[in-house]
Design a protein around this ligand. Structure first.
Ligand code: AHR
Length: 627
């Protein structure tokens, strides 16, 4: 292998490595959003008719749920009745009473006369994880017209149903719905925990909202995030965070499309909505919380919004151009919320929510994966209005269009690993006159990729060298999807896997980390002569690509013929450096850790990885007279 380094060409894009968060696989609710109660507003089984098709819709996952098994738990998923002693009690969903119109149900509990108590139990998102000594904040909105306020006891239960913490709830706000709050400390650790609410008062009681958060959320925020998952994001040093989707923003209909205005304000009043990834979201992780997350992890915000087109997975619906006008106004309002002065209408709401300073919103993407003439019409309307009012923001399009100005285009790639090696050359001949490219979604998928493995990671690494090498054109990239709760996989693979207490990156996570941590400063002119030997390839793919970085010292090499690479020394002709050849050392340990780390969730599905894959970062060894 001969590497010929001649001169610096251009800086590596400082925004090349970012993140794409979508509310898919319970990434938000039951994921990074630390709410422990599933179906806290009792409306999870309210599914709009358009979202109940007969056909199965299985994505890349062999374990994906079909739409036909939606809501096997009945009208009140997550909730069970609890009766103690000789009492009689019944629980049902009630459409006539509710706390917030956007969540049109409550739980009605009928408790008969007698001794003992009765109540309801929530099972959380596949169990609640309690830790001994940790405290949990319980909030309940309930009403009971004949007993005001009624007695209510909150208890944390372990997996066997024993109380590991309990307290009598005190009403803290009167009204039609009474607000109760308490902090309960867990005396034991259990990951299969539940929350129980019990009363000794006979009568009819309604529950409109029940919420339980660990006190120790990220930055101790009451409506906060899981610190372990936030730390995984920080570990990738992202330049930006795209949110909240994906197809999630499109929805299957106007009513299931993302509406940012429903996602701000008091959490118990926020309207939830049906997510096309087959669960209802609370929107507790709302526009404000996404922007806060961007700020917390040092990333610029990239807000992707619905541009008047619903998701192509169920036959697109094109909203009228009048509706598009109102969506444009919504987007302008969103920008004002994020960055406007505190005396503006929406900036004032941001300040009232505790954040007078502007958030770091920098990018807007007009639609998600929308194409064709109907998209072009809508895109132009948005582009015109947004660029006029906010020239400081970078606007991203879903495709190149003949009659519309496009500054940045969002390319998506999901394919097998062999294709990803080929894709590493995709932008070598890209038109340098523009538009710039944002590779907004990519991942090795398909049979060989499973739930994430080294084969996929190496394919992505090869691809990334091509992005870095062309980062005068490709200025940004983000892997997708980002998160999966292992109990609800709609898509495989996903970068970060978790359950209610553990988290682990798949090998692709470590590729992202290595690349982001070693992005380098300058792209160098590199000519590669690569004699591909018999047996040095896998899947018909030769050696990957090369990227020289970081003050001329480092070189990224990605190969699908790892053993051969180790056996054959890499030699270089380094013009401008002395002497003209050097010895190279390979570093690839980081990728292995994630498979063998303690407490891991990440299973390497192909045990023969040594035979065909290795990803290396090569460093020219200093101190041997080379530099
Ligand atoms: O990343 C999963 C999905 O893939 C996204 O929602 C969509 O944009 C793409 O088709």
């Amino acid at each position: 292998i001969i590497v010929d380094v001649s001169r610096p060409l251009f800086p590596v894009s400082p925004t090349l490595y970012g993140l794409f968060f979508e509310e898919i696989n319970h990434a938000g609710d039951g994921g990074i959003y630390a709410e422990m109660v599933r179906n806290r507003s009792f409306s999870d089984a309210v599914i709009p008719a358009r979202c109940r098709p007969k056909e199965r819709n299985v994505f890349h996952s062999p374990s994906a749920k079909g739409f036909d098994i939606l809501m096997p738990e009945g009208d009140l998923p997550g909730w069970h009745l609890f009766v103690e002693g000789p009492r009689k009690a019944e629980m049902s969903a009630d459409d006539l009473e509710f706390l917030a119109p956007g969540n049109p149900r409550s739980l009605r509990l009928e408790v008969g006369e007698g001794s003992g108590s009765a109540g309801i139990v929530n099972e959380g998102f596949w169990g609640m994880s309690f830790v001994a000594g940790e405290s949990y904040r319980l909030t309940v909105f309930a009403k009971s017209p004949n007993v005001k306020p009624f007695s209510l006891k909150g208890a944390l239960l372990d997996g066997k149903g024993h109380a590991i913490g309990q307290t009598d709830l005190q009403p803290i706000e009167e009204g039609e719905w009474v607000r109760y709050e308490a902090v309960i400390q867990a005396s034991a650790t259990d990951a299969a925990g539940k929350l129980q609410l019990a009363t000794a008062d006979a009568g009819t009681h309604w529950f409109g909202y029940v919420s339980l958060f660990p006190v120790n959320t990220h930055k101790q925020r009451p409506n906060g995030l899981r610190p372990d998952l936030v730390n995984m994001l920080k570990g990738l040093h992202p330049a930006f965070l795209r949110f909240p989707g994906g197809c999630f923003v499109e929805g299957f209909s106007c009513e299931t499309a993302y509406d940012w205005k429903a996602t701000i304000g008091p959490v118990h009043l926020r309207r939830g909505h049906w997510n096309l990834w087959q669960y209802r979201v609370t929107n507790g992780l709302g526009f404000h919380e996404y922007l806060e997350l961007c700020e917390d992890i040092g990333a610029a915000g990239m807000y992707v919004f619905n541009c008047g087109i619903t998701c192509q997975m169920r036959g697109e619906e094109f909203m009228s151009l009048e509706k598009v006008e109102s969506l444009i106004q919504d987007t302008l309002d969103a920008i004002e919320y994020a960055t406007g002065p505190v005396n503006s209408v929406w900036g004032a709401k941001r300040a009232a929510a505790g954040h007078p300073e502007p958030f770091p919103l920098k990018y807007l993407e007009i639609g998600n994966e929308n194409m064709g003439p109907e998209y072009e019409k809508r895109y132009k309307m948005f582009y015109e209005a947004l660029s006029r009012k906010h020239p400081e923001l970078i606007l991203i399009a879903n495709e190149k269009m003949e009659h519309a100005r496009v500054d940045v285009i969002d390319d998506h790639f999901y394919a097998h690993d062999g294709y990803f090696h080929t894709l590493s050359g995709k932008y070598d001949k890209a038109d340098r006159r523009g538009p710039k490219v944002y590779v907004g979604e990519y991942a090795v998928v398909g049979a060989g990729a499973g739930r994430g493995n080294l084969r996929g990671a190496v394919g992505e690494a090869a691809f990334l060298t091509g992005l870095e090498r062309n980062s005068d054109v490709v200025t940004m990239s983000s892997y997708a999807p980002l998160f999966v709760n292992v109990n609800d996989r709609s898509w495989n693979p996903d970068l970060i896997q978790f359950d209610n207490r553990r988290v682990c990156g798949i090998p692709s996570y470590y590729v992202q980390k290595i690349f982001a941590e070693n992005a380098g400063d300058q792209v160098l002119d590199i000519k590669v002569e690569c004699p591909v030997e018999e047996g040095a390839t896998s899947g018909g793919v030769g050696f990957g690509t090369w990227q020289a970085i970081s003050e001329y010292k480092d070189l990224k090499v990605v190969s699908s013929g790892g053993e051969v690479l180790y056996e054959n020394p890499l030699t270089g002709d380094f013009k401008g450096l002395k002497p003209s050849s050097g010895k190279w050392e390979f570093h690839d340990g980081a990728l292995r850790q994630c498979e063998y780390g303690q407490n891991h969730l990440c299973l390497l599905e192909d045990k023969n990885w040594k035979d065909y894959t290795v990803t290396c970062r090569a460093r020219l060894i200093e101190g041997n007279g080379v530099m």
